[in-house]
Design a protein around this ligand. Structure first.
Ligand code: HEC
Length: 142
């Protein structure tokens, strides 16, 4: 019990901080359907296949994204229930069929309540996240 309540507390604090940060950007144009422009697809992932980068991406993901997207990327993080939109399920075919460039663009730009990370994480860190999201793909049952 104690363990869970502590997690919830930390989650709540992170959520409040997140909302506070996002409130500065509330005027940003919001898309009804979160879609990357075709030009994003042309961006080549400079870290593709780099295992160290993927490991770094996991660290960033666990610390910053799992609160909403869940530790396995299923869209079931502890803050998910309080959002106006369900966080994307990163293991889903819909996400996995996106190009690396499109995922990179979405992490960079955000779409409220999904935060924009271009001024928070370097390009390298954002590509590391793309690498890690690839590992969340739903595995076919064996
Ligand atoms: C405050 C909660 C929250 C946090 C934190 C968050 N996301 Fe999201 N994310 C969302 C929501 C909600 C959506 C769906 C937005 C939409 O559909 O308009 C989303 C969508 C996305 C998408 C787009 C999926 C698609 O529809 O194609 C990607 C990629 C993504 N998030 C990656 C990340 C990464 C990587 C991080 C951490 C660096 C992160 N998110 C942190 C809430 C969050």
């Amino acid at each position: 019990m104690k363990k869970i309540s502590r997690k919830v507390k930390i989650g709540f604090i992170l959520l409040v901080v997140g909302i506070f940060i996002m409130s500065f950007k509330h005027t940003k144009f919001q898309q009804a359907v979160f879609t990357a422009p075709a030009s994003a697809d042309a961006k080549v992932n400079p870290l593709k296949g780099d295992a160290n980068a993927t490991a770094e991406g996991k660290k960033t993901y666990d610390a910053n994204c799992a609160i909403c997207h869940g530790s396995k990327g299923l869209g079931d993080g502890i803050a998910a229930a309080g959002l106006s939109k369900t966080p994307a399920n990163h293991s889903s075919a819909a996400i996995q069929k996106l190009t690396d460039g499109a995922i990179f663009w979405k992490i960079s730009e955000g779409n409220n309540p999904m935060p924009s990370y271009k001024s928070i994480f370097s390009e390298t860190q954002r590509w590391q996240l793309v690498n890690y999201i690839r590992t969340l793909a739903k595995q076919p049952k064996k």
